[in-house]
Design a binder for this molecule. Structure first.
Ligand code: ASP
Length: 314
């Protein structure tokens, strides 16, 4: 019997105002989501691993300037890019993460190398970059990540003295462009990956939920793989991704019930706006959010593809 495989990705959650979304921007975002989900799926279709599929999909989104990860990352208060990423393989619960990296073109690939080659789970800042150099990674100048759009957003946020959300061009246009992927491969292995520039105007040295295993990223075979996006501080405090897995493990909840309980429960109560993508061991996919939209795409076990943006009319 053919074993199921499937993949889901996200490009951040929040309120996406139609007025701020040009046709051109929408086209680029949809194209990037399409390319990421399709290439990740192709790896699975050829018998590749869930880890390789999620890293491939996230790398494609990191290369697009339209998401808050890799190129196009938001800027810190010091007008720099500092990126976080993580990968988790549900098979033996191996995990790798990097935080606060500034010169790595694809942080998710470095997170995978941390998982597979460092003997550690997380490396941060200069130590992570030194490890990358030892592995032959190129040193990528900050200029590569920098986009005028993010700089203008930073100035606007600073002018408002807001603490900031990654896409906050306007106070009512909050969107978090973090990217992530979850997959089930045909060996029954689950994997998750997340990559982000964090929050616009964040303090130098701030680390969000994305690279924290069990908060923004988690995978456990037989249960679930999760990648989150939203206000990282609250996602960390709620241990969102591991809480979803724990509900499935101990309460025997299905993926939809577990995600809904967490996202619409304490997380929402504590002001943790955002969402998750999750996939279970049968390939069932859940997109959950407590805000109005999430860039997302999936190819399910039947090969059906969907791409959604959900921009708001105001
Ligand atoms: N969760 C990310 C962080 O707090 C932000 C996002 O999802 O856009 O770093």
């Amino acid at each position: 019997m053919k074993k199921p495989f499937a993949i889901a990705i996200h490009g951040g959650a929040g309120s996406i105002l139609r007025a701020r979304m040009t046709d051109e921007m929408q086209r680029h975002i949809e194209q990037a989501l399409d390319q990421a989900v399709s290439q990740g799926h192709q790896i699975l279709a050829q018998g590749g691993s869930a880890v390789d599929a999620v890293v491939c999909a996230v790398s494609i989104l990191e290369d697009s300037p339209y998401f808050n990860a890799g190129k196009g990352s938001v800027l810190t208060a010091k007008e720099m890019v500092e990126m976080d990423a993580a990968v988790m393989n549900g098979e033996q619960r191996q995990a790798g993460a990097v935080a606060g990296v500034r010169h790595i073109k694809n942080p998710v690939q470095l997170a995978k190398d941390v998982m597979q080659q460092s003997g550690h789970v997380m490396l941060f800042g200069e130590g992570a970059e030194e490890f990358a150099a030892q592995l032959g990674y190129d040193y990528t100048e900050q200029d590569y990540f920098f986009t005028d759009r993010r700089y203008e957003q930073l100035l606007a946020v600073k002018a408002e003295r807001a603490t900031a959300l990654s896409e906050s061009d306007y106070p009512d246009d909050h969107q978090f462009g973090t990217v992530g992927a979850v997959a089930l491969d045909n060996n029954g292995n689950l994997a998750a990956a997340t990559s982000t520039g964090g929050m616009m105007n964040k303090q130098y040295g701030r680390v969000g939920d994305s690279p924290i295993i069990g908060a923004g990223t988690y995978a456990e075979n037989h249960h679930v793989a999760v990648s989150a996006t939203g206000m990282g501080e609250v996602f960390i405090r709620c241990g969102v991704a591991s809480d979803i897995a724990a509900r499935m493990r101990y309460l025997k909840e299905d993926v939809h019930t577990a995600c809904t309980a967490v996202i619409q429960g304490d997380l929402k109560k504590l002001g943790g706006h955002g969402g998750v993508i999750a996939i279970d061991s049968s390939g069932e996919i859940h997109f959950g959010m407590n805000c109005s939209g999430m860039y997302r795409s999936s190819i399910d076990i039947h090969g059906r593809k969907q791409i959604r943006i959900d921009a708001y009319e105001v």
